[in-house]
Ligand binder design. Structure first.
Ligand code: URA
Length: 238
């Protein structure tokens, strides 16, 4: 019988991302065959009884995978549950399967967010080594000159980390507002906002419009829909 790491089993069962599941283990919320496990590295098989918060977790078969695209509105946190009682993206997607968001959008960023119960996909799309590109529509408060554009396009130091550079297109240019499309292949915390701050501009709004080759198209704000495997493949068609 195939063994796998406990956090991978939990993630593949739709509990949360692998990284989050590691935290749950360290917090003592996971047990294997009745014993709480608080160390990483434990391996399990399909014969073990795994519980999270005292509920038995069943592995998910491929036929049960679901993929959801949400057009996230402002004011929702991208998490499964929020200790501070704020509205979460799961309040918008009312299905009876345990799903998790893939990656994160800030509370005040809107746009394309994927949710799934396929832990492998969460891992693939969030692990930095896979470098899936994400495109954002950004409205900024004033005109931008060529030097500032080049700063955005080139690697820049953000919180002591050098970014990899970005693709930046001007979509609309007005004296008091410029609309840009910025594509990055990393997902550092608040990266786009910090890039704009670096050139001394202010973000008026920020919306994610694509993940790889998958666009949000005309899905209304706050609305969601199921995706097919073929839509998921579009992520990789850049
Ligand atoms: N960059 C940001 O600043 N915020 C997001 O939510 C995503 C990318």
């Amino acid at each position: 019988m195939e063994e796998e790491r406990l956090q991978k089993f939990l993630a593949n069962s739709g509990v949360a991302s692998r990284r989050q599941c590691e935290q749950y283990i360290l917090q003592g919320r996971v047990s294997v065959n009745g014993e709480i496990v608080t160390q990483l590295g434990v391996k399990v098989t399909q014969n073990d009884v795994i519980e999270f918060d005292n509920k038995v977790i069943k592995p998910i078969s491929k036929e049960e995978y679901v993929y959801i695209m949400l057009n996230k509105p402002l004011g929702y946190v991208t998490t499964v549950s929020d200790e501070r009682g704020r509205k979460t993206v799961l309040d918008l997607v009312d299905i009876d399967k345990r799903i998790v968001p893939i990656g994160r959008l800030d509370m005040y960023t809107s746009g394309l967010l994927l949710l799934t119960n396929n832990g492998d996909l969460v891992y693939e799309l969030t692990h930095p080594k896979h470098e899936v590109s994400k495109t954002y529509e950004v409205s900024i408060d004033k005109d931008i000159n060529n030097q500032e554009l080049e700063m955005l396009r080139n690697p820049m130091d953000i919180d002591g980390y050098m970014t990899k550079g970005a693709s930046v297109k001007i979509v609309e240019r007005l004296p008091q507002k410029v609309l840009l499309h910025i594509t990055i292949s990393e997902g550092r915390n608040r990266q786009v906002r910090k890039m704009i701050e670096k050139i001394d501009h202010r973000v008026l709004y920020l919306k994610r419009i694509a993940i790889g080759g998958l666009n949000m198209e005309n899905l209304g704000l706050g609305k969601w829909k199921y995706l097919h495997d073929s839509d998921i493949k579009k992520i990789y068609n850049r």
